[in-house]
Structure formats: C-alpha cells, structure tokens
Ligand binder design. Structure first.
Ligand code: URA
Length: 204
C-alpha cells in the first residue's frame, strides 16, 4: 500500500516518535541495517543539525555522528564553542545504506525514494522540536529539508528563511572533508567549514 508522505502533527512526544521509528519499514533499508538511528538531543533544542544517514559506527551504536565524521563535527563545533549537548542532531535518512565488501560495509548514498520516505520522520522531528535554526550538512540534507534540488554552493553559508520564524543554514557534510586527498585543500575546506560553524554560532 502507498504510504502517506505528509505526516500529521506529531501525536506523541519525541521519545514516542523514536519508539515508533524503531519499527520503520517505509523503505527497504531496514532489511540490512542493524537499527534505526533516530535523532538525539533536547526535545526543546533551538538548533537542529541534519546529516545524510548513519554510517557504520552509528548503525552499530544506534546514535548519530559518533564515527569519523562525528569526530570532525565535534572538533569543529568545539572550536567555535557550540555545545553539542544543546543541539538536536539527526539525519535525513535513518538507516545505514551500504554495500558489503569483504568484512567492510561501504557507505552508499541514499536515493531520492529513500530520502522521500524518511522525510516522514524528519518532518515529525521538525514539528516536535520546532527549532529556530536548522543546519543542513551536505546535499542530501539540503534536498530533504527544501524538497528541491539545488546546488549546495549556491546556498551555502548564509541564513535562508524556511518558513515563519525558522531559518535554514547550509554547509558541507563533515565527511566531505575526510575525503579530500590533498592536505592543503583539506585544511582550506576545514577552515571554511569552521567559518560556517562560527556563523551558525552567531545565529544561535
Ligand atoms: N554521516 C552522517 O550523515 N550521519 C551520521 O550520523 C554519520 C555520518
């Protein structure tokens, strides 16, 4: 049966939503992932960060941004004095998508259908938390939050009105920094990400 793609206002608390999401079968990713990785943070957080999807370590731990990308994230927000404990941190897609390669599980990008199905949960998180500022990290989060395809560089680094009194701030995904082979460029891009986070800090 076709599932509805616009959720009603959340009927329960954030903890109840998290419980409901444990059994999610809206797309096929639940078949191979260990568990749903729901967002984490205070139910009244003023700022919500959105990544792409859990990685290998997040899938095992059941928590967002605890692996290598999470370490970069923690470091950079720490440098600009953003307290992670005050943030709600989540992902556009809540199951790990991967391709087995020997003993390793190689991350695969979620497709449009998976992003669309998982928007159900993202929309419920937004409706429940009502953050003043939403930070999209990477193209998948940008697509999920704006529901349209646009170039990240065109909208990066400046606050955009989402609706009512909610702002969207767009930056790169921290794992992008980890994939840059050239050290000089990696340092430059990390500095740009850090500058973005400093701007987020000013908006909080
Ligand atoms: N990358 C993401 O987008 N989210 C995580 O939780 C971890 C890595």
């Amino acid at each position: 049966a076709k599932l509805p793609d616009v959720p009603a206002a959340p009927a329960g608390s954030l903890d109840e939503l998290r419980d409901q999401a444990r059994g999610c079968t809206r797309c096929d990713l639940y078949c191979h992932a260990t568990q749903t990785v729901f967002g984490e943070g205070p139910p009244d957080a003023r700022v919500m960060f959105v990544g792409e999807q859990p990685g290998d370590q997040e899938d095992l731990a059941g928590r967002p941004f605890v692996g290598p990308a999470g370490k970069v994230f923690d470091q950079v927000i720490g440098e600009v004095s953003i307290d992670r404990g005050s943030l709600y941190v989540t992902n556009a897609v809540k199951h790990f998508k991967y391709e087995p390669r020997g003993k390793r599980r190689i991350h695969q990008k979620p497709n449009m259908g998976e992003v669309r199905q998982c928007r159900w949960w993202l929309d419920l998180e937004l409706a429940s938390i009502k953050p003043k500022l939403v930070v999209a990290m990477g193209a998948t989060a940008l697509l999920a939050l704006t529901k349209k395809k646009q170039r990240l560089e065109d909208v990066r680094g400046k606050p955009i009105a989402l609706f009512e009194d909610r702002q969207l701030f767009v930056t790169v995904h921290p794992s992008y920094l980890l994939r840059i082979p050239d050290e000089v460029r990696q340092r430059e891009e990390r500095a740009r990400f850090s500058e973005d986070m400093a701007n987020v800090r000013r908006l909080i």
